[in-house]
Design a protein around this ligand. Sequence first.
Ligand code: NAP
Length: 333
Amino acid sequence: MSPTAIITGITGQDGSYLTELLVSKGYVVHGIVRQTGVLTPPRLAHLIREPEIYGSQLFLHYADLNDAMAIRRIVHQVAPDEFYHLAGQSHVGLSFEIPESTCELTAMGTLRILEILRELENPPRMLHASSREIFGTPPYIPQTENTPFDPSTPYGCAKSFATQLVKTYRDAQGLFCCNAICYNHESPRRGENFVTRKITIAAARIAAGLQEKVGLGDLAAARDWGFAGDYVEAMWRMLQQETPSDFVLATGESHSVTDWLDIAFSRAGLRWEDHVETDNSMFRSTDPCMLLGNPQKAESELDWKRTVGFEELVDLMFDADQERVCQELEKTS
Ligand code: NAP
């Protein structure tokens, strides 16, 4: 019989890549979608259009993460083998503007799911998408699974709470549940309000003559940036292990916003210095530094290795945005 998985956050960047991966492995995938008025979630549209996938290997169910009753009903109906909990308010900066809903969704939402799974006679294996933001400004680089939590944003605080709960339910309740402690991961499906997409969209639009300038925050800010498709592969591998454990998913390389600008704008045939304006309102008051992950445990125990390097990642995001801009221009001409 085909293995069955539930994914929360299936309409997001990671959810869409994970769905593709699980479908390719023969899973039946049930996604939890909140009611937003969007009939066909754009990141899943290519799968929904496939009659041999949608309705036979892929099913969508409406439920908000705050609605325990609805989630419990879906879990009982589906009786999944694996449960991937990816839903969340994923924008760190935005969590200062909407701290209460960020914490409600990310922290309490995870507690609700753990409680629902704990009640089951045969609970599924569960993966929680945690974040490097749990480390705040860490005492050393690179960080590992043993680095102490010291979050410095509402998002990081909520993820810390959820991450610790996952450990607690694993140790105290015997659930097979794991934290994927994810460093930044990007793709052409990344939300447009993240700096990486802002850059690749701006480079494509400026090259097409559709805009002249782009406003960005701290150009020196550096992160450990990987490709989302690689990270969902590691998430799946985590649930195939004999024993549950937490894993840092990272590249072990740090790059700055300026590195993104250099690669994307030169691919567009432009000099970013002619088009970028620094916007002080976009600087974060507590921007974490020294965030660099050590993927050694994932590499040795999961036999996982990223397949997309930094430059290739920027190129593939720029190329996808350039193609979108060309399609828009064709439609309007
Ligand atoms: P994303 O693209 O922003 O997707 C977030 C998903 O959560 C979307 O499907 C969204 O639904 C859903 N969601 C939001 N509020 C919800 C609610 N109230 N009820 C049900 N679903 C809700 O994020 P992502 O990049 O795929 O990230 C996946 C997870 O990994 C998140 O938990 C994120 O915090 C974590 N993470 C990501 C990164 C990264 O660099 N990408 C790094 C560390 C951790 P809608 O489509 O309706 O908005």
